[in-house]
Design a protein around this ligand. Sequence first.
Ligand SMILES: Nc1nc2c(ncn2[C@@H]2O[C@H](COP(=O)(O)OP(=O)(O)OP(=O)(O)O)[C@@H](O)[C@H]2O)c(=O)[nH]1
Ligand SMILES: [Mg+2]
Length: 427
Amino acid sequence: MQSTTYDTTPEESSRAILVSLVTDDVKRSGIDPVYSLEELVALADTAGVEVLSSMSQNREKKDTRWFIGKGKVQELKLIADELGANTAIFDQELSGAQVRNLEEELDLKIIDRTQLILDIFAQRAKTREGIIQVELAQLSYLLPRLAGQGRNLSRLGGGIGSRGPGESKLETDRRHIRGRIDELKRQIAEVEKHRAQQRQRRIKSGTVQVALVGYTNAGKSTLLRQLTNADVYVQNQLFATLDPTSRTLELPGGREIVLTDTVGFIQNLPHHLIAAFRATLEEVNEANLVLHVVDASSAMLKDQMKVVDQLLQELGAVDKPQIQIYNKKDLCTPEQLELLPEDDWNLRLSAYDEKDLEKLLNRLQEELTGGTVTYRVPAARGDLASQLYKIGEVISQDFDEEHIVYEVRLHKGEAEKYAYLLEEYKV
Ligand SMILES: Nc1nc2c(ncn2[C@@H]2O[C@H](COP(=O)(O)OP(=O)(O)OP(=O)(O)O)[C@@H](O)[C@H]2O)c(=O)[nH]1
Ligand SMILES: [Mg+2]
């Protein structure tokens, strides 16, 4: 089977003007358009695009033909000419027809936020799994936009936004792309199966899993590196991490746990991307404990936490015991620090402060190594057995007349939540 990498080196550097349209829908969505545009600058920067200028328009609704108003299109044309731009990046999703119209009118490469994010992911994808997932997301995004886009893409050559399926791909018909999508889905199903087997093995071996999740650039990889000396990529860039990395970590009491770093979240994360990365993100669902890493110094802290919570909800991981890690404490003003809660479930720290790391380790030790309890469960009740694995680490199991006797070391948070279900089987 042919393998495809869309990670092409830009032939010409992209010089872009960023465009945001603030419609009533955007206002209602609760997304701060100013912050979103700032984030688009960071995304463009991460993708290696030179940002020349940005503009935004307030409008009740988007224009069907041009997305922004016709007058604004002309303004964009003037600015682009004056600054020598070759690209315009829109902060909201465009339809295929809008892209085509804008490209014809402006003679600029037109891309939107989703495409930019997909592009960054394509640059970053290194493992087979990551590459398959990105390609699936790109094709799913492209398929409904295919009509009429081929000409433009082939005309515009390399650079940002062309890391999508290239010219030769676009000459092939939709059926071909659908076939490829099916093939990728099949491969992802295989990946999922493989991951499920790995998880099963880990569960059997009683390994305690802790997942680092959080907004992009919050400091997840830094924490993993600081705690485990893992050689992971830390960058002041968005989406530095794409593929989950796991490392074992020894707690102060000597117990080993597995700590997993995951892909960062962002507001308006393209839907196709979430769908394609489900297998990867599913790791979070298997964790016994979630560490939600937050950049406490960010002015958008609340919004970023909300985005992460929503995504955890979508993944079905919202009920996991979760400790909020308010990271980058060293960058916070005293006023910011004062607003941050601190208790068992909320820790303030700096990933670069040894004392803080010790504090975190002690907290993990406390959370993951509670007391042990013995349960005697009918052998036929597999459903109860799976509950047992949720509330703690099974240290031993013995058969006893159609029953299984489990010795379980309870995880503090989970035990409180689920243990009552098993109360009657306690020995
Ligand atoms: N001052 C300070 N900087 C930090 C701290 N933790 C992380 N950083 C910096 O924040 C930036 C992002 O860190 P990463 O660890 O790459 O962030 P991440 O959450 O893994 O980001 P993605 O992989 O993009 O989701 C880097 O420049 C780090 O050096 C901290 O406690 N204090
Ligand atoms: Mg990272």
